[in-house]
Design a protein around this ligand. Structure first.
Ligand SMILES: [Zn+2]
Length: 163
């Protein structure tokens, strides 16, 4: 994806208030992120590790989600499979819960999915980060197809948040 600025990222949140989007933690090292190898940028709040965020570009528009990862002990499945990139990373997957956009979210509705705990899906798909032995399926798909599939899973999750 193309690099995004802090301002673009803060403006892209679908499921939190403008005030929350203004205050939430955005990485300071945006310029050093490997954007060309990312389908989305994901990060955790260093002050509140149960809060995670991700930003991607869908249909040409920056799109960001605020996520909660409820109690790691209960929610973390040590060798579960990530629903976004289909990796079973040695670092585990976490249940990431998003408040739904708009009125359903105000009424407390959420949707959740299991995602690589370190939010490094893009790097696992590209073999840029080692996910551990047996973490990736042996597939004859091209990298391009794997990337397309990852983006499709992410878009489907975003669609559940905005539905
Ligand atoms: Zn993943």
């Amino acid at each position: 994806m193309e690099p995004l600025t802090e301002q673009q990222i803060r403006a892209a949140f679908l499921n939190c208030t403008k005030g929350e989007a203004k205050r939430l933690s955005v990485p300071r090292d945006l310029a050093d992120r490997p954007w060309a190898d990312l389908d989305y940028l994901g990060w955790r709040d260093p002050q509140a590790p149960d809060r995670a965020y991700l930003v991607t570009v869908l249909d040409g528009r920056p799109t960001a989600l605020a996520l909660r990862c409820p109690s790691p002990t209960a929610a973390q499945r040590p060798r579960g499979m990530c629903s976004i990139c289909l990796t079973t990373p040695a670092g585990g997957v976490s249940l990431m819960v998003a408040r739904r956009a708009g009125r359903p979210g105000q009424q407390g509705n959420t949707v959740g999915t299991y995602v690589c705990s370190d939010l490094a899906c893009s790097l696992y798909v590209r073999g840029r980060k080692d996910a551990g032995p047996g973490a990736r399926l042996q597939e004859s798909l091209t990298l391009e197809k794997k990337v397309q599939r990852t983006v499709a899973h992410l878009a489907a999750f975003v669609a559940r948040v905005t539905a």
